[in-house]
Design a protein around this ligand. Structure first.
Ligand SMILES: Cc1cc2nc3c(=O)[nH]c(=O)nc-3n(C[C@H](O)[C@H](O)[C@H](O)COP(=O)(O)OP(=O)(O)OC[C@H]3O[C@@H](n4cnc5c(N)ncnc54)[C@H](O)[C@@H]3O)c2cc1C
Length: 282
């Protein structure tokens, strides 16, 4: 960030949006700064620090059964279980995948919105948020809610509208829901090459409420929506036999030094199967 000429510590979302809308100098929101400081485009000459907006709260709306995570909640806050987070499978999966993001120093700075905007292909936390059916609250001309999957699909376009994310909302899973996280990496503590988070309920061998997030097989983590629909109300054994293969064959993963497209596709199948079996056997 060698071209920074202005630093603004805003106190309201409107103030942040007004600064974003000014085209000269071009501005960027800075939250934890762990991605932006090393990679800000040259034209960025102003930063908008949102630390004073109070977006670092974790609240459980018990009436609506929604977990509200402020955009500036750090990855380490999820690991440590800030606030009165009850010990449920939903919190467990957030804790596990936040921990898998990076080492302690980065986790202490890096925020949820930072991870969502950066949307690294194999991000364990963003993959888990997808499988948890997260919605984000986005402020442009007005505040609106949109599914995280929709945001990721149109990320570039949405961000070009000078957008600020204020919170991430997760439906609080009923006690029947189970989650599992599976990954492959070069070493046991390394960042994943491919990862999968499955959320599902199972009754008498029949699956329901299935959500599957996969990281490392596209530019950002994705949901396997077609497979999710295919699984609903099916016998688990039938699914493993019939539905998984075609859904995985349709993926078009990147091919790079960490893993070939064929390897990533193969791993996505293995990990999805493994995660479903683990989630359903809990
Ligand atoms: C040593 C190191 C290791 C890392 N390892 C990983 C890793 O393993 N996996 C990984 O995914 N990332 C990794 N990162 C990158 C970074 O830590 C993460 O992407 C992190 O989640 C970014 O969060 P942040 O709060 O620091 O974002 P920032 O750097 O502050 O911002 C990142 C982007 O998000 C935008 N932004 C931030 N908050 C908002 C908001 N509320 N509304 C709208 N836009 C917003 C910013 O404008 C910017 O474009 C690493 C970085 C470092 C330095």
């Amino acid at each position: 960030m060698l071209n920074i000429k202005e630093y603004h510590r805003v106190e309201t979302i409107e103030e942040a949006l007004a600064l974003l809308r000014r085209k000269h100098p071009a501005a960027a929101i800075v939250s934890g700064g762990t991605a932006l400081v090393g990679s800000a485009p040259e034209q960025i000459e102003a930063v908008i620090d949102i630390a004073a907006l109070g977006l670092n709260q974790i609240t459980l709306d018990r009436e609506r059964n929604v977990l509200i995570l402020g955009a500036a909640v750090t990855h380490q806050m999820l690991v440590e279980g800030a606030g009165d987070l009850p010990n449920t499978p939903l919190f467990d999966i957030l804790r596990t995948t936040a921990h898998a993001m990076s080492g302690l120093n980065i986790r202490n700075r890096a925020t949820l919105a930072g991870a969502i905007v950066t949307a690294d292909s194999a991000s364990p936390l963003v993959t888990a948020l997808l499988a948890c059916d997260a919605e984000i609250t986005l402020h442009t001309d007005q505040a609106r809610s949109l599914p995280l999957s929709g945001f990721l699909a149109y990320r570039e376009r949405i961000l070009s509208e000078d957008a600020l994310i204020s919170e991430i909302r997760l439906p609080v899973a009923s006690p029947d829901l189970r989650f599992a996280y599976e990954r492959v990496a070069r070493t046991p503590r390394d960042y994943p090459i491919v990862c999968v988070v499955v959320r599902c309920a199972v009754k008498d061998g029949i699956l329901g409420s299935v959500k599957i997030g996969v990281g490392g097989v596209a530019a950002t983590p994705i949901r396997l929506t077609a497979l999710e629909f295919g699984l609903e109300k099916k016998l688990l054994a039938d699914f493993l036999e019939r539905e998984l293969g075609p859904a995985i064959a349709a993926l078009n993963p990147p091919d790079d030094w960490l893993g070939s497209a064929a390897y990533r596709r193969e791993m996505a199948g293995v990990l999805t199967r493994r995660a479903i079996l683990r989630a359903t056997s809990q």
